[in-house]
Design a protein around this ligand. Structure first.
Ligand SMILES: [Zn+2]
Length: 465
């Protein structure tokens, strides 16, 4: 009996120590690769970001700043020693911002900071009209055609703050479609509450959708506090009269450029891992989050991968032209390379600021999923987890390639604050955290290194348009 007890306690001891050993192994920190370690310490992305925002700043498509940004990008790629740097033309209708003025005339008087939405026509002088509030775009859609004759429609829906930025989807249609719906209802103009999560008086601009067949009414955004002010005034039940005077509109065409840089691969130079962001921004702020961060993250990541060892496959970094006003750069790129889509072995875009990366989403052929599991294992030390609950989109620009079958991965980033600054005067360098910027570089460098130094075939994927 005593022996049995001894054996039992001995076994228990072995089991416990066995468990204890396992616990110790679990607690051992996951090892960063040398590339990740280098990327986390590198200041290259910060230097690129600081250079673009300081030396160029706001760079709205079709302005002199657009050309300055193209020249800056070209020389930056060359200075960083990319093997090839070239331009591909992108032509689009040139929307020009003019004067902007919004005042409340009655029952109280206020001057309201305002921004015209991209693509908005001019008011052709001052409009003085009574305003009618709609809580959502749907409420505006529900009223009879012609029922708003001579009035200004106002959509007061407030975007919800979410870490993954998912509040943007339900909010953005007020901006993109609202001006067309308001026109159908007979309104003379549209005012929206900014699509943003901040409490500053900076209004958020952004494009109306250029693909609609009807003509939009002049459309502007006011800040969250001013939207509250307007709603509180309307809640008093008396007519509220606004004065709106904006002079924006389209003036001919403009040709900008996608700026592309290549690190030429050794074994399979024809095969390309494609990454990038968009070079343009709005004319407000310095476009630090949107999207100088994406340019900096992907450029630095490609450079750091190549510094370690020349990759087997080629790497392209694409700085897309005019994303903001209708994905013109992405569409031109997809068209120009339509005959060679099978060259692009994997795509990844950075266009969500520099908030900490926490997830990896994928859109690859099923045969590549075991390889993705290995990539996820390599990303784990950076705090990034594989998320198979939804497919990667490729984001705005590389999403155009995904739509025609190019496999992509997305890096999910913390966007809790992104929509505080998005498309405003407040999107400036001080909003970027250098540590999370570097962590994003480490994530992209891991992905690029993994894809460019392998023979894995990630695609094609189903064409989705
Ligand atoms: Zn963007």
């Amino acid at each position: 009996m005593r022996l049995i007890i001894f054996c039992f306690t001995g076994l228990l001891y072995i089991l416990l120590t066995g468990c204890a050993t396992t616990e110790v192994e679990k607690d051992t920190p996951l090892q960063l690769s040398e590339l990740q370690d280098t990327a986390l310490k590198s200041e290259l992305a910060w230097e690129i970001l600081e250079s673009l925002t300081t030396e160029v700043g706001a760079r709205m498509p079709g302005t002199a700043k657009d050309a300055e940004a193209v020249a800056w990008m070209q020389s930056k790629f060359k200075q960083l020693g990319f093997d090839k740097v070239w331009l591909e033309p992108v032509t689009f209708p040139n929307w020009v911002r003019g004067k902007e003025r919004l005042e409340m005339l009655s029952p109280f008087t206020h001057v309201l900071p305002v921004t015209a939405l991209g693509g908005s026509p001019s008011t052709q002088g001052e409009i003085r009209a009574e305003v009618q509030e709609f809580k959502t775009l749907k409420d505006l859609q529900a009223v009879a055609a012609g029922s708003l004759d001579g009035k200004i429609a106002y959509i007061s829906y407030r975007m919800q703050r979410q870490p993954d930025g998912s509040g943007y989807g339900p909010a953005r249609n007020a901006r993109s479609l609202g001006p067309f719906v308001a026109a159908e209802k007979g309104a003379v103009a549209l005012v929206i509450r900014s699509i943003g999560t901040d409490d500053t008086r900076f209004p958020h601009t952004g494009s109306i959708s250029g693909s609609q067949s009807t003509q939009p009414v002049p459309a502007v955004a006011i800040s969250n506090p001013d939207a509250d002010l307007l709603s509180l005034t309307l809640a008093r039940g008396k007519p509220v009269e606004l004065l709106l005077d904006i002079a924006s509109g389209y003036q001919g065409n403009y040709t900008s450029y996608n700026v592309i840089a290549e690190i030429t691969g050794t074994r399979a130079p024809h095969e390309v891992v494609i990454v990038g962001g968009h070079l343009d921004s709005w004319d407000m702020g310095t476009g630090a989050n949107d999207d100088a961060s994406g340019i900096a993250i992907t450029t630095a990541a490609a450079r750091l991968v190549a510094d370690q060892q020349r990759p087997q496959r080629s790497i392209w970094v694409v700085a897309f032209a005019n994303e903001e006003q209708g994905l013109y750069g992405a569409k031109a790129f997809a068209k120009a390379h339509a005959h060679e889509l099978d060259r692009f072995v994997l795509g990844n875009e950075a266009d969500f600021g520099a908030g900490r990366a926490y997830s990896l989403r994928v859109n690859v052929r099923s045969e590549a999923l075991p390889a993705i599991a290995e990539l996820a294992r390599q990303l784990a030390p950076l705090g990034i987890e594989l998320d198979l609950t939804r497919k990667a989109s490729g984001s705005a620009d590389i999403g155009r390639l995904r739509a025609v079958g190019v496999p992509v991965v997305d890096v999910g980033q913390d966007g809790s604050k992104y929509f505080d600054w998005h498309h405003t005067d407040n999107d400036t360098l001080d909003k970027i955290d250098p540590e999370s910027l570097a962590q994003n570089v480490a994530a992209r460098a891991t992905i690029i290194d993994f894809a460019a130094n392998s023979r894995i075939i990630f695609g094609p994927i189903a064409v989705s348009k």
